[in-house]
Structures are given as structure tokens and as C-alpha cells.
Design a protein around this ligand. Structure first.
Ligand code: ATP
Length: 255
């Protein structure tokens, strides 16, 4: 992939870097956050130690996926960044729809296609030296899914062969343009500007789900979308509750 072509086609001011191989694009940008001069996109052609939440792994095969991180500085308090992974999901969904691929969102941080995970979002933050917070937004997106990789992941996952045929720089530029626009909007208007769009893209609206913490069930209920700060609304026997993302996981209770 070509950094100059991605930057130019995105129409953004984001600094773009492409490396052939690295462990984790999130780890690399976090390590450099204090020296970054502005928003920076790091794309890895091959990511060998991709990270998910709570120490889980994101697996990918070179040439068959997009793995990248975008470092973006916010002058907002940390708690206002809680809805950021959801806003990122809305931005990805918009860019993919423009490329002809319809996706849905699973709270808090997954992009689903036909019910399985097409892309994952992992956001890690770090205080900026002169004030503010660097958010490093890591995204892994499957384009093709070799059988061998799906076996290693150990669950049914989605791919988007249609996107795999696209020029990679063009695809990456479209995603970057959509993300940059969304992050600008998030900075000014917060997640409230995204909640209606997120709810329209919600994969599990009205469906029975469980909230798990380390494998044990915290709550059962019907998924009722998200509120203006990105918390999940869950209709339980005892009434409607709100759930903060943290490290909890959401599972459907349907077969
Ligand atoms: P869950 O989907 O289990 O609720 P999560 O949303 O927290 O968890 P992440 O931590 O964001 O998931 O992503 C890591 C998980 O994603 C892994 O545990 C694995 O099950 C799955 N995974 C890893 N690589 C891929 C991939 N290429 N495509 C789809 N899913 C993957």
C-alpha cells in the first residue's frame, strides 16, 4: 500500500505511514504518542500480534485484511470518550455502505456482516504531555477469510470479498476520510450526535442478550439500543438498566 496515495485520496490532513509488518499498530502508536505532531494513521500490511479487548488477540492473514490504527488527540475529559468506539463503528459502517457493503453494529465495538464479526475496534488512550488525551483507534477488518485462519479464531467470522477486489489505497482512504469526519464531529458534539445512527445500525435490537463479565452473567435482558453517552440500554425483568462498556461482553441468547 502507498502512504502518499492514501493521504492524498482521503483529502484529510492526517499523516499516513505504511509498514510491511509489525506486532501491533496500536502498540506502535501508543509508544510514540508523546512525540506525534498531529493525527497519524499507521497501516500494517501484516500485523503479527494484533490486540483485542482484555488481552484477547486479533488474528489476520497478510493481504487478506486491513489492520491499522489512527492516533487522534482530544481535549475532552476521559469519560466523554466512552462513546468513541461506537462513533467509530458508525463511521466505518457509513464508509462501507458507500462501497456497497451493508454492515450492522454490535455493542460496544464490533462491526458485523451477516451476523458475524467483520471488523473489530480497540481504542487505547494516553494522556498527552501538554494536556488532552491521545486516543489510538485500532481497527482490524477482514477482507478475505482463509479457512485455516477461521479455524484458528475458532468461531464463525465474516469477510467482504467485494472489498477485497477494491484498490486497497482507495479503500483505506475512504475509511480514513469517514473516520476523520466522524472524529471531528465527536469532538464538537459528543456521542449524542451519533446515537440515532448507531441505533439504526444496531444488530441485536430487541433481542435477548446477556452481559458477561469474565464469563459470568451480570444481566439478562432485551437489547434496546444505546443512550446519548453510548451506554447499552437493557430491558430486564426489574426494568430498564444502562450498561457501561468497560470490559463486559455481550452475547445473544438465541441459538
Ligand atoms: P466478543 O466479540 O467476544 O464480545 P470483543 O468484542 O471484546 O469480544 P475483541 O476483544 O474486540 O472482542 O476482539 C477479540 C476477539 O475477536 C477474539 O477473542 C476472537 O474471538 C475474535 N477475532 C480475532 N480475530 C478475528 C478476526 N480476524 N475476525 C473476526 N473475529 C476475530
Amino acid at each position: 500500500m502507498n502512504a502518499g496515495a492514501i493521504a492524498q485520496r482521503s483529502g484529510t490532513q492526517v499523516a499516513v505511514e505504511v509498514v510491511a509488518e509489525t506486532g501491533s499498530t496500536n502498540a506502535d502508536l501508543l509508544a510514540r504518542a508523546s512525540t506525534l505532531e498531529g493525527p497519524t494513521l499507521l497501516v500494517a500490511e501484516h500485523q503479527t500480534a494484533g490486540r483485542g479487548r482484555a488481552g484477547r488477540s486479533w488474528l489476520s492473514a497478510p493481504g487478506d485484511s486491513l489492520t491499522f490504527s489512527l492516533a487522534w488527540k482530544f481535549d475532552l475529559p476521559l469519560q466523554q470518550l466512552a462513546g468513541l468506539p461506537l462513533a467509530v463503528g458508525v463511521a466505518l459502517a457509513g464508509a462501507l455502505a458507500a462501497c456497497g457493503v451493508q454492515v450492522q453494529l454490535k455493542w460496544p465495538n464490533d462491526v458485523l456482516k451477516d451476523g458475524s464479526k467483520l471488523a473489530g475496534v480497540l481504542i487505547e488512550t494516553q494522556a498527552a504531555p501538554g494536556g488532552g488525551i491521545w486516543a489510538v483507534i485500532g481497527i482490524g477488518m477482514n477482507l478475505r477469510m482463509p479457512d485455516e485462519l477461521e479455524e484458528r479464531i475458532g468461531r464463525s467470522v465474516a469477510a467482504a470479498p467485494w472489498l477485497a477486489q477494491m484498490d486497497r489505497d482507495e479503500l483505506m482512504a475512504a475509511l480514513l476520510a469517514s473516520l476523520a469526519a466522524a472524529l471531528g464531529e465527536f469532538r464538537h458534539a459528543g456521542f449524542g450526535a451519533f446515537s440515532a445512527r448507531w441505533n439504526r445500525l444496531h444488530a441485536w435490537q430487541g433481542r435477548p442478550v446477556s452481559i458477561l463479565d469474565n464469563g459470568s452473567v451480570l444481566h439478562d435482558g432485551l437489547a434496546a439500543g444505546v443512550d446519548d453517552s453510548g451506554r447499552l440500554l437493557l430491558d430486564c425483568a426489574e426494568g430498564r438498566i444502562t450498561v457501561l462498556a468497560g470490559d463486559v461482553s455481550l452475547r445473544t441468547r438465541e441459538a
